[in-house]
Design a protein around this ligand. Structure first.
Ligand code: HMG
Ligand code: MG
Length: 313
């Protein structure tokens, strides 16, 4: 397809040559589905995604099923998926119990998740930022002892659905807390997709003063349609890890009105157009997006997915 064979175009000097995409659709995407998604569908989605060349897939959550019933089958998903060599399979763990279940299910990377906003921390994990830090320090130590990777995800780095504006100092404080816990990677999340390009560039640059840029990632929900612009802005200041969700699946059960993450297909189209390597085959992702959209009976949330599928018929 002509529009994705543009690797020879000149690349802006500040843009990275390579980007790692973390596919979060099976977790962040599906967790927002109201109706129960059959475990077999979740497993097939992960297997289709891992066939695309993705190196990191967030496949499950080991959270309280009372809080997020949709993710209650995390252990069944993790144990039944095909494990492709070279793919890191990550899962959310809110506490030690979650970590124990994740380790039993042979998760490669545990994701602890906090917030830059006190109000969101209370709503999402039922405790303050300080209490969460104490809880996470036990989880972090146990993950390190088990020899698995540890990632820290910070919600509301660019705005909060409950308290509104979030200061850069709160974001930096959260980054420092996760850095001190030994996180291998730290996500700056725009939970409700309100951030805009210059704000994102500024927060990313500041965060990189306290944690290495090459291990910071951008997790942008696309509620206000700013995610691609924000990714571009973040790349211009040196970020090279981004989260995305196939077919733009998702939302957040604790952030009313939040839509899904930016669609993986859309991010790949941008990166392909810029000649930035990802190692991912966009056509396999488009097919996976078509599969899950049909399985859920929902319109495909990726504009690139819709365009390429329409062209193929
Ligand atoms: P709590 O109610 O304060 O704690 O929840 P609890 O210890 O009283 O537990 C409540 C019940 O859950 C108990 O069961 C526990 O045993 C059970 P009961 O005794 O009543 O029968 N429980 C568990 N069960 C299975 N696995 C566990 C587990 N832990 C407790 N690990 C807690 C505190 C943190 C557990 C809860 O608030 C929770 O699970 N929250 C998770 C919420 C969530 O998953 N949110 C969405 C993911 S975050 C996100 O999407 C943002 C992100 O994408 C970045 C961004 O975009 O911003 C990452
Ligand atoms: Mg999210």
């Amino acid at each position: 397809m002509d529009e994705i064979q543009m690797a020879d175009l000149p690349r802006g000097a500040a843009l990275p040559g390579q980007v790692k995409i973390v596919e979060v659709g099976p977790r962040d995407g599906l967790q927002a589905e109201k109706d129960e998604v059959p475990t077999d569908i979740k497993i097939e989605l992960v297997n289709r995604l891992s066939g695309s060349g993705l190196s990191n897939i967030e496949a499950a959550s080991f959270v309280s099923p009372k809080w997020v019933p949709q993710m209650a089958d995390g252990a069944r998903v993790m144990t039944a998926i095909e494990r492709r060599p070279g793919v890191t399979y990550s899962a959310l763990v809110p506490n030690q119990r979650g970590l124990e279940s994740a380790l039993e299910s042979k998760v490669d990377e545990a994701v602890i998740f906090g917030a830059a906003s006190e109000a969101f921390s209370q709503r999402n994990i039922n405790c303050s930022i300080a209490e969460a830090s104490d809880r996470f320090s036990l989880v972090a130590r146990a993950a390190k002892d088990a020899g698995i990777r540890l990632r820290g995800s910070i919600s509301c780095c660019f705005g909060c659905p409950y308290q509104g504006a979030v200061s850069q100092d709160s974001v930096l404080d959260a980054v420092r807390r996760f850095a001190d816990l030994g996180c291998d990677e730290i996500d700056l999340a725009d939970t409700i997709g309100v951030g805009t390009a210059m704000q994102v560039a500024s927060v990313v640059e500041e965060a990189a003063r306290v944690f290495p840029m090459e291990r910071l990632s951008g997790h942008f929900h696309d509620t206000y349609g700013q995610a691609l612009a924000n990714i571009f802005a973040a790349m211009q200041v040196g970020m090279n890890i981004f989260h995305s969700s196939v077919a733009g699946l998702g939302g957040c059960p604790y952030a009313k009105g939040a839509t899904g993450n930016v669609a993986t297909e859309d991010v790949l189209y941008l990166l392909n157009g810029l000649g930035i390597e990802t190692g991912i085959d966009i056509h396999t992702i488009v097919a996976a997006g078509d599969f899950i959209s049909r399985a859920l009976g929902k319109p495909n949330g990726s504009r690139v997915g819709r365009a390429l599928l329409a062209k193929a018929t």
